[in-house]
Design a protein around this ligand. Structure first.
Ligand code: PLP
Length: 388
């Protein structure tokens, strides 16, 4: 393999070149896609490194290795979606176990936790993890997993990962951090002591809104092997073509994140001054309550933000109708700017009461900031907010 594959290379070099020019057949620069579902045995009872595509696939493994190196982990599993990545981890839970999850996590994660815990006999508590007292009181001897989402979706609350790890150690619980909103370019939870990192690779890692995928990276090799074995048992695997596309997207992860977060900061500052806006959730703003923690724990503030309109849901509708560059859609992390309304979209299944109790109001709007010209994005928001 080329230089970019060496252990001591910088994350930028790994993202750009891990596995490049590794093709031994023709010297292809872009790693080939191995679509084959099965592989010929060398001889009777002697398989090659790959025998069956559910167990392993070279294209999927190349993505997994690249991501594991970027996160500083020992190994990873590439799954078919972010949700199946969370579920893969929940597959490690036994009846009687206890899981602590954020009270304001992604709506799909909350739905999955509720459904799995009811079916599989483990308990789950949804807790405000930024509140030490709440977190501490939720801990039990049988707590086996603390799931963290930082920054959280859609309120951009930041959780002190090292502190959660410290608390988790007192009951020997594992800590898994959903790093979807920042990617390893901006945050490395394993370096802060976490045991697992979860990704919806659908988002910033792939970055082009053309793949649904997920990943779990484990800090140590025993946990990585356990997950890989379980992924084979339940068949929770990503497709080779999706893996190839995702790795292609990851080649530009660092410059995308850099540019997108710069624009996000500009938009957050602009929104903060607008009379139609009641509050902006972006940890990059010095006035944000999580600013100091985010500055310490993250390498950047990311390209996601949310804000509340002063005039309620009618104003949200008028604003969304007027936008021309921001597209009303679920998802995030692509090169194109998207806008969403959590109460009726990503977090609808949470129910009104649960949303209200964690602060997701009906007038909250979430932005995923893309690569478009920053001034034109500001102008689009200004058009949307006109007369509000
Ligand atoms: N985790 C977070 C933080 C998310 O925002 C999402 C989806 O929006 C998921 C997990 C689920 O990912 P996927 O849609 O790839 O299943």
């Amino acid at each position: 393999m080329r230089d970019g594959s060496r252990r001591n290379r910088s994350p930028e070099t790994i993202a750009a070149s891990y596995g490049v020019a590794s093709d031994v057949a023709y010297g292809a620069i872009s790693p080939p896609i191995y679509l084959s579902s099965t592989f010929e045995f060398e001889q009777f009872e002697i398989p090659r490194p790959y025998d069956y595509g559910r167990v392993g696939n070279p294209s999927r493994d190349l993505l997994g290795e690249t991501l594991a190196r970027l996160e500083g982990g020992a190994g990873s599993v590439i799954t078919s979606s972010g949700m199946s990545a969370v579920d893969l981890l929940l597959g490690q839970m036994k009846p009687g176990d206890h899981v602590i999850a954020p009270h304001d996590c992604y709506g799909g994660t909350m739905r999955l936790l509720k459904a799995r815990s009811a079916r599989c006999g483990f308990a789950v508590n949804f807790v405000d993890q930024s509140n030490d007292v709440d977190l501490y009181s939720a801990l039990k001897p049988e707590t086996s997993l603390i799931l963290v989402e930082s920054p959280s979706n859609p309120l951009m609350r930041v959780v002190d990962i090292a502190k959660v790890v410290e608390l988790a150690r007192t009951v020997e619980a594992a800590v898994a951090v959903d790093n979807t909103f920042l990617s390893p370019a901006l945050q490395q939870p394993l370096a802060l002591g976490a045991d697992y990192v979860i990704h919806s690779t659908t988002k910033f890692l792939n970055g082009h809104s053309d793949v649904i995928g997920g990943a779990v990276v484990a800090a140590d090799s025993d946990r990585a092997l356990e997950l890989r074995t379980w992924a084979n048992v339940v068949g929770s695997i990503g497709a080779p073509f999706d893996a190839w596309l995702t790795l292609r997207g990851m080649r530009t992860l660092f410059p995308r994140m850099e540019r997108q977060q710069r624009t996000a900061m500009q938009l957050a500052n602009w929104l903060l001054e607008h009379s139609a806006v009641k509050g902006v959730n972006y940890p990059g703003l010095p006035s944000n309550p999580y600013h100091a923690l985010a500055a310490r724990q993250q390498k950047g503030f990311g390209a996601m933000l949310s804000f509340e309109l002063a005039d309620g849901v009618e104003a949200v509708k008028a604003f969304l109708d007027r936008l021309q560059i921001f597209t009303l859609a679920e998802s995030l992390g692509g090169i194109e700017s998207l806008v969403s309304h959590p109460a009726t979209m990503t977090h609808v299944d949470m129910g009104e009461d649960a949303r209200r109790s964690v602060g997701i109001s009906n007038s909250l709007v979430r932005l995923s900031v893309g690569l478009e010209d920053a001034e034109e994005l500001v102008a689009d928001l200004a058009d949307g907010l006109r007369e509000l």
